[in-house]
Write a protein of this length. Structure first.
Length: 311
């Protein structure tokens, strides 16, 4: 099997899966108010594996292990930090079993790392040695479990994103960096996705400055994810000014309904695929897929699009 890096160097377009956590929720599995889908590997392993299988059968070439919110310091908020290593291993194994069962083509497994704090936190993750060691443990555990690459997801600030990226790059695996962006209030400038500070104020970086600050840390691919469909193109415009390597894009779609963690008013698969066709044509995006709100039907539509265009 050719490596992800080799295929990108050959200018291939690779298809990611869609939302994992939101797809698990759509199938009736409850998500934890603190750690989102982090416990479903333990409580509902069959449903998690089935989500992976369905994405593979829809045509995904990269599936994402359910490790977005399973770093030790995140699980500590529900007194389960000691289960982090095992949860991460089992999450990768579920993806591997899905691949072994249904894959008819080469399928790569990505480990997910995010700088998101526990969902009930009112601020970003504190920068301290405990958090750094937690992310390093996660990155090392993913590598040891046998993932083919790591996706740093929802990178939206310089400090915490830097910790995640450094840990991921240290494994020697290919690292895809997924930035989250939004339009500024003036409707012109692109900012990183806002986060809440300890004093309940909100902050956001100039998007170009954030990319420029994190670029020296490494990574094979940079892209935009967990970002509104309408904001992807402005963010790609900025990203291309600061990043010369392969590009990635996968958007969230729909309206989040709390406290049920459901998405409504989701873009149709065909509409979503048509948006991505423009990102590929106009910006040379090589890694595409879906984020929150998207499901196997969106990936199937993307697979059809790529097949029609010879990718």
């Amino acid at each position: 099997m050719s490596s992800v890096t080799e295929r990108l160097n050959n200018k291939e377009i690779l298809l990611l899966d869609g939302g994992v956590s939101t797809e698990i929720r759509r199938r009736g599995v409850a998500l934890d108010k603190n750690v989102w889908s982090g416990l479903t590997t333990k409580t509902n392993p069959d449903e998690v594996r089935q989500v992976h299988e369905d994405y593979i059968e829809a045509g995904a070439q990269i599936i994402t292990a359910n490790t977005y919110s399973t770093a030790r310091h995140v699980l500590e908020c529900i007194n389960l930090g000691h289960e982090s290593k095992l949860l991460n291993l089992k999450s990768v194994q579920l993806a591997q079993r899905a691949r072994d069962k249904v894959a008819q083509q080469d399928v790569y497994i990505a480990g997910s790392m995010s700088s998101m704090p526990p969902l009930t936190s009112h601020r970003e993750v504190a920068i301290d040695g405990q958090v750094e060691s937690s992310y390093q443990e996660l990155a090392d555990g993913l590598a040891q479990a046998g993932v083919d690459l790591i996706i740093a997801e929802m990178m939206r600030d310089i400090e915490n994103a830097g910790i995640v990226i450094k840990a991921a790059v240290s494994t020697g695996l290919p690292v895809f960096i997924g930035f989250s962006a939004m339009m500024a209030d003036n409707g012109v400038d692109v900012r990183s996705l806002r986060w809440k500070n300890i004093d309940d104020t909100t902050s956001a970086h100039d998007f170009g400055e954030m990319v420029e600050a994190l670029k020296p840390l490494g990574g094979q691919v940079a892209g935009i994810m967990h970002t509104r469909v309408a904001d992807i193109v402005p963010a790609l415009e900025v990203l291309k000014q600061h990043w010369s390597g392969p590009l990635m894009a996968y958007a969230e779609t729909g309206k989040l309904i709390l406290p049920d963690w459901r998405y409504e008013e989701i873009s149709s698969p065909d509409d979503y695929a048509n948006e991505i066709a423009g990102w590929i044509k106009n910006y040379g995006v090589q890694v595409v897929g879906g984020c929150c709100g998207t499901g196997p039907e969106h990936i199937r539509a993307l697979r059809h699009l790529l097949d029609q265009t010879g990718n």
